[in-house]
Write a protein of this length. Structure first.
Length: 140
C-alpha cells in the first residue's frame, strides 16, 4: 500500500516552507518516471499555474533538491529533476527514453561487494546511476 502524496508534510519534514510554488513544482514531479528539466517544468506549470516565473522554478527545484526531495540527473548535458522514494535505491536510466527506474540496493549488493574485492574501490551505494537501455526500448 502506497502512502498518499502530501506536499506540505514532505516540505515541512524537509525543513522547507510549503510555498505555493514549491507545492506546484513538487506535485508536478511526483509519479513521473522521466526527469524533467527546469524549462520543461516551467512550460508545464505556466499552462496550469496562474503565474510562475522561470527564476522561481529554478529556485524551487534547487531548494527541493538540496532538501533531498528531488534527485538530479544529467540528461543530454542538462540538469533534470525527479521525485524519488525515500528508501535507499539506485537508478537505472534508459539512454533512449530517459525513463528512470528505482532499483532496490539489495539487488546490486553482491555486484558492489565483488567490485570492491576485485578493485579495492569502495562505491557509495546510496547513490548509483546506471545508464543503459530499458526493456521497452530494447524490444523495439
Amino acid at each position: 500500500m502506497t502512502t498518499p502524496f502530501v506536499p506540505d508534510a514532505q516540505l515541512r519534514v524537509a525543513g522547507l516552507t510549503p510555498t505555493a510554488q514549491r507545492r506546484a513544482v513538487l506535485a508536478l514531479l511526483v509519479g513521473r518516471s522521466r526527469p524533467l528539466t527546469a524549462q520543461e517544468v516551467y512550460a508545464e506549470l505556466t499552462s496550469t499555474v496562474r503565474h510562475i516565473g522561470l527564476t522561481t522554478v529554478y529556485r524551487a527545484l534547487h531548494s527541493l533538491a538540496d532538501a533531498g526531495l528531488l534527485h538530479t540527473f544529467d540528461i543530454d548535458g542538462q540538469r533534470a529533476y525527479r521525485h524519488c522514494g525515500t528508501a535507499p535505491h539506485q537508478h537505472l536510466i534508459c539512454v533512449r527514453c530517459e525513463t528512470v527506474t528505482e532499483c532496490p540496493p539489495e539487488i546490486v549488493t553482491n555486484w558492489l561487494t565483488e567490485l570492491h574485492e576485485h578493485t579495492g574501490f569502495t562505491p557509495f551505494p546510496e547513490r548509483l546511476d546506471l545508464r543503459g537501455v530499458c526493456a521497452n526500448c530494447a524490444s523495439t
